[in-house]
Design a binder for this molecule. Structure first.
Ligand code: ADP
Ligand code: MG
Length: 227
C-alpha cells in the first residue's frame, strides 16, 4: 500500500529532513508516526502526497511509483488519499454540509451522489444534526470531524493525518483518535502523525518513531513509547 525504499529529502540548504527511510505499510494498517518537532514527519506526509519530490529513493503508493508519475496523473492519485491537518482548513463561509459537499463537487461527483453521500458521511463522524452550522459555530473537535468527513467522503484508500489533535483538548483528542480508528476498521489504511505520546499509548497500534529524519523505532501493535 505504502512503500518507501531508501527515501531521502533534502531541502535547498541543510541536513536531510528525511534521511534514507525504508518503510512498508500494508493495506488496512493503522500506523502512528511520532517524533520531536523537526524530525521529518510533515516532510514524509508531503512526499506521500507528491507535494515534494524525494532527493533519493523510490516511493510507491497504491501501486503507483510516485517518482515517475506524470503531472496529469497527480489529481487522480490524490483523490485516493484523504488528508487531515492540525488546523482543520475548513472554508469559513460554507456550512458543514457545503464543506463536505464541496470536496465531492470539485472532483466531479454527481449531485445525486453528493446528496446521498454527504449526510451518510456526516452520520459516520457524528455530526448529522449540525449540517447547517458554520465552522465558527462548532467546537474544535467538531471542526476536526468536519475535516475528517471531507477527507473520507470520496472513500479514499489511505487517510493521512498530520497532528490532527494538535489543537484539541485531551477529551476531544481521544474522541478524534477513536474516530480515526473506526475509519481504519472500515478498511481504510490510516497514518497519523502526532506528538501526543499518552494518546498513542492508549491505542496500542504500530508506532514509528522518527529522529532527525530517520526511523529510530518501529514497534508493532501494542507498542508502548516512553512519555
Ligand atoms: P516535523 O513535521 O517532524 O516537525 P518537518 O518535516 O516539518 O518536521 O521538518 C523537518 C526538517 O526540515 C526541519 O529541520 C525543518 O526545519 C526542515 N524543513 C521543513 N520544511 C522546509 C522547507 N520548506 N524548507 C527548508 N527546510 C524545511
Ligand atoms: Mg510537522
Amino acid at each position: 500500500m505504502i512503500d518507501l525504499d531508501r527515501v531521502s529529502k533534502t531541502y535547498e540548504k541543510g541536513l536531510p529532513a528525511v534521511d534514507e527511510i525504508s518503510l512498508h505499510v500494508d493495506k488496512g494498517e493503522f500506523v502512528f508516526v511520532v517524533g520531536d518537532s523537526g524530525s521529518g514527519k510533515t516532510t514524509l506526509i508531503k512526499l506521500l502526497l507528491k507535494e515534494l519530490e524525494p532527493t533519493h529513493g523510490i516511493i510507491t503508493v497504491n501501486g503507483h511509483v510516485l517518482n515517475t508519475m506524470k503531472h496529469r496523473a497527480i489529481p487522480a492519485y490524490r483523490r485516493d488519499i484523504g488528508v487531515v491537518f492540525q488546523d482543520f482548513r475548513l472554508l469559513g463561509e460554507m456550512n458543514v454540509y457545503e464543506n463536505v459537499a464541496f470536496a465531492q463537487h470539485v472532483v466531479g461527483v454527481s449531485n445525486r451522489v453528493i446528496r446521498h453521500r454527504v449526510p451518510e458521511t456526516l452520520r459516520e463522524v457524528g455530526l448529522a444534526e449540525k449540517y447547517k452550522n458554520l465552522p465558527r459555530q462548532l467546537s474544535g473537535g467538531e471542526q476536526q470531524r468536519v475535516a475528517i468527513a471531507r477527507a473520507i467522503v470520496n472513500r479514499p484508500k489511505i487517510l493521512l493525518a498530520d497532528e490532527p489533535t494538535g489543537n484539541l483538548d485531551p477529551h476531544n483528542s481521544y474522541e478524534i483518535m477513536k474516530l480515526l480508528e473506526e475509519i481504519n476498521e472500515q478498511g481504510t489504511t490510516v497514518l497519523v502523525v502526532t506528538h501526543n505520546k499518552e494518546l498513542v499509548n492508549q491505542f496500542k497500534k504500530r508506532v514509528i518513531t522518527m529522529r532527525r529524519g530517520s526511523i529510530a523505532h518501529d514497534v508493532e501493535e501494542g507498542g508502548y513509547i516512553e512519555a
